[in-house]
Write a protein that binds this ligand. Sequence first.
Ligand SMILES: [Fe+2]
Ligand SMILES: [Fe+2]
Length: 289
Amino acid sequence: MSAGPTGMDEQTTQSPMEQKLRRVVGKITQLPALPDNVLKITRIIDNPHSTAEAVGREIAKDQALSAQVLKLVNSGFYGFSNPISSIPHATVLLGFNVMRSLVISTSAAGLISKSFPGLYEHSLACARTSYMLSRSLGLEEPEELSAIGLLHDIGKVVLTQYLKDECQAVFSLVSKENIGFYEAEQKVMGVTHVDIGRWLLEKWHLPPQSVEPIAMHHQFDPESEYRNRAAIVHLADLLVRAEGFGSGGDNRMPPVNHQALRFLDIGPGDLKMLMDEMVDQLYDIPRGQ
Ligand SMILES: [Fe+2]
Ligand SMILES: [Fe+2]
């Protein structure tokens, strides 16, 4: 810390919270980068002059990535009656946005599974539920919503891996005061996994239609351009927590945002039906971790 203009150490003039925040943000500058090949793929996808063949060719250069993406494409999730065997073909069928989401989700999945126990299962459950909800509620691009659902708690991954002291303090407060993870983050750091997730995904050059819903999944903003996506991710998170798929790092349900539910025009009867459908579809994901 450098001396301030008065000659006094600046640290002494900062509140403890400000010092903490600066420390967190300082560490955040070391956020993990996407692998070079994934960055190159996303750059090609973002170029309006790129063709599906060019995107497909770039993905296909990485055999492990192509295999994982094709596995997802053929998982039954996308409803293709015949298996898709080539990445360029998948790109033509699914479009650039979905391919970007698939490539980033595939890379992020490994990172998420290295976080605390149950977060990967929670994220996967949220991905599938976001997809199911967007289809049931007639929203466009359910595939993108699925990727957003997978990434919605990516800030918690960063916290576990890059902010170990703060993460430890958050977990201690969660159990000591029996509060939610989000509330404990606010008390410990003044920022939450939502802010950290936004910083990371912006660094990864994800478009606002993916970043905003993630940044809003605990604080719904009815004025936001992406409010329908944010409402879906918020609801998916709640349903998954209510049924105990995986773990969000605490034993408390996140508060329900009634505005988001009203926005989706979901009544109590619909909620029960959607919940039953979700439980059916998530049969292979463990509960109560
Ligand atoms: Fe969250
Ligand atoms: Fe979550």
